[in-house]
Design a protein around this ligand. Structure first.
Ligand code: NAP
Length: 459
């Protein structure tokens, strides 16, 4: 297994990495040294001659040419800002993020001859770059190790322990495994989970899962496990189908689960169990993605991006959202981000008014659909989902050229889409939302940007 160390300058990647490599009997490589050797110049000279873009290109080449296995690699602090580098670094590897506070880093790198990347004073630059890079560091890492107040040997020791035993204590894992024992899991998942962190060669090193009730019908495990195989990530994606989200989150902490896709009925309730919520998820009021690093769980929402992406060419359109639940909230947020004029229509009009009030848009009962005459319709109700064969709209309601997006994805051609197609509308199936939200979710959990065509092919 290849070990990659990432993090800001001054977090001890080279010192702790060299000690870890010695401990494991592996060579240590430093990507900055490789770049200097290949260019025959010191990094400050490369920056002076080629600027930061020239340096980044050399860095990309050096990372793409790294040997595939049994080596410890320290990377430059900005390397993981580029998803292509993350893809190359993560293949067949475990990635550790070494962390330290702003002041500690500024003190550790004081007097360095590295050129400024922001033109600001060194102490200010550390803070600015740390804040800018933090999301990329968290996405790219499998495990986060705090280095504050620890000698490099202790940091190396901690990484070796995590590699052998996982990021949590034995007692925690035993408690998490007791929870797993209660779940309806395939036997192969159960075996893989039991072997986890046992230091057994090819077994997965980490877990991701869907959390819902019910969720055994989900397409996510098949898609994610194929993506993990495609990108060489040592992960198992399993299914945590259980009625109590608090118990699921507790087990996620105990087992050090890296990522969760959260589905019905937990998207709202999960937020209160996490350590941090991304601003988009907070505004929508729902979390569908949880990422864990260093024992800290953060919540994100990618559903809104799944609605936004297929509609991005319809900036400023007049839109109707049918429904007033969680999917409707994500849809409204997406449509407003495209400057659309949004009206929310719902079976229970009071709920439509409440939701519309949160976002400052109009509301009404389903019967007022004709009065709006929208350019875009988004169905965010379960109406039309297998085995239901009904539609909230008839052909008379729809004008030719209207865009109709049904968030329901089973079946792919819902009764609403069949009617809309006949009426000459542009139709977008719910699988489009699934594809785009899953792609964004995979990015949050791994830092890898999967091409849209590949997700489409695997779905
Ligand atoms: P939800 O919170 O339960 O909301 C359901 C909404 O649909 C409510 O406003 C409800 O109206 C309305 N509704 C339910 N049955 C109805 C009926 N027979 N006639 C009229 N309105 C009805 O559900 P959600 O989480 O927002 O999800 C809604 C749908 O979005 C799901 O069924 C799913 O198919 C889809 N979805 C798709 C994706 C994807 O990736 N494609 C992702 C998420 C969700 P009342 O307020 O009157 O009860």
């Amino acid at each position: 297994m290849r070990i990659i160390l990432t993090g800001f300058r001054g977090t001890g990647k080279t010192t702790a990495g060299t000690i870890l490599a010695e401990k494991l009997g592996l060579p240590f490589l430093d990507t900055d040294r490789i770049i200097e050797d290949r260019a025959g110049k010191k990094i400050p000279v490369i920056f002076r001659e080629k600027g930061e873009p020239g340096f980044r290109e050399l860095e990309r080449q050096a990372i793409a040419a790294l040997p595939p296995g049994d080596v410890v690699v320290g990377t430059g602090g900005g390397a993981v800002l580029d998803p292509v580098n993350v893809e190359n670094l993560r293949r067949g590897s475990l990635v550790f993020l070494l962390q330290a506070g702003e002041e500690t880093i500024a003190r550790r790198i004081g007097g360095s001859d590295r050129p400024s990347l922001t033109g600001r004073a060194p102490a200010d630059e550390v803070g600015e770059l740390l804040r800018e890079r933090q999301p990329a560091y968290l996405r790219a890492a499998d495990f986060c190790i705090g280095t504050e107040g620890k000698p490099p040997a202790a940091v190396a020791e901690e990484m070796a322990r995590v590699m052998q035993e996982g990021p949590t204590s034995r007692l925690s894992r035993e408690s998490g495994m007791r929870f797993i024992g209660k779940l309806p899991l395939p036997e192969s998942d159960r075996t893989a989970l039991a072997a986890l962190h046992g230091g057994k060669g090819d077994e997965p090193a980490g877990i991701c899962a869907i959390a819902g009730y019910p969720c055994s019908h989900s397409r996510s495990p098949a898609l994610w496990n194929r993506l993990f195989a495609r990108y060489g990530l040592p992960y198992l994606y399993t299914s945590l189908e259980w009625p109590d989200i608090a118990e699921i989150i507790r087990a996620a902490r105990e087992l050090g689960i890296r990522g969760l896709s959260v589905t019905i009925p937990f998207k709202e309730a999960v937020a209160g169990l996490l350590d941090g919520i991304d601003p988009d998820a907070r505004a929508i009021g729902a979390v569908n993605t949880v990422v864990q690093c260093g024992g800290v769980l953060r919540g994100y929402n990618t559903d809104w991006l799944g609605v936004r992406e297929p509609l991005r060419d319809l900036h400023g359109a007049r839109a109707v959202v049918l429904g007033a639940g969680g999917a409707a909230a994500a849809a409204i947020y997406a449509l407003l981000s495209l400057d659309m004029e949004v009206t929310v229509l719902n079976r229970t009009p009071e709920k439509a008014e409440q939701l519309a009030g949160r976002f400052g848009c109009r509301a009404g009962p389903l019967t007022s659909f004709r009065a709006v005459s929208p350019d875009v319709v988004v169905n965010a109700t379960p109406v039309g989902m297998h085995p239901d064969r009904s539609s909230l709209l008839s052909a008379d309601d729809l004008d030719e050229g209207t865009t109709v997006f049904d968030l329901v994805y089973t079946p792919p051609e819902t009764p609403l889409l069949a009617i809309a197609r006949k009426a000459g509308c542009r139709v977008i199936p719910g699988t489009e939302m699934f594809i785009h939200q899953a792609r964004e979710q995979f990015f949050h959990v791994t830092g890898i940007r999967v091409p849209e065509a590949l997700v489409r092919e695997l779905v």
